[in-house]
Design a binder for this molecule. Sequence first.
Ligand code: CA
Length: 225
Amino acid sequence: MNQILLVEDDPMLGTNLKLNLELEGFKVDWAQNLAEAFATNEQQPYQLALLDLGLPDGSGLNFCRSVREKGSRLPIIILTAQSDEDSVVEGLSAGADDYVKKPFSNREVVARIRAALRAPTVREEQIRVGNLLVLMEQRRVYVGQEEIPLNRREFDVLKILIARPGVVVTREMIITQLGDSAEHIFDRTVDSHVSHLRAKLKKAKECNIRVKSEYGVGYRIATLD
Ligand code: CA
């Protein structure tokens, strides 16, 4: 059964939507503000979110952005009372998949939901090491909400190290995996990529991952206790 997260602060509208969607065979959890939406979304993987923008503790756009920043492809349909184009555009650029303008009919919402659920969603490969979240395709790295900006080589090195957490990876292995014909890679170069990566991880508040060096051998990824 499809689990839907409904985020709506209007009690009448929320009650009506929840009831109607349940009659259509969906299972609905209803969050009435932004904080509840975040907390509920942590509880389980939803197949779709219906998201009101004007919430008592902030804008639904914050939910949208945060979910996308964490790499989730959760389909999100915005319920917008602000029928102006700006809020719709802003919603779509914040990562929403579709929108429905209030007032809407239940039939319209259900049709949009079914369409969004049919759309193919390809989940991006994510790797978690400690509290580090690595989005492999986007080549982005997060600790909580904070993104750690890595350049191409730093990301490549991180990717090699996190493939074997805790295990020492030799410089030679790193060189082989980084190697391409266009660029010669030397021990010194690897050391410099690693030291930049190490400094950035260390600088990120609350990051519990460190790059340890094993003298004369190579490097390994370790989690702080
Ligand atoms: Ca509202």
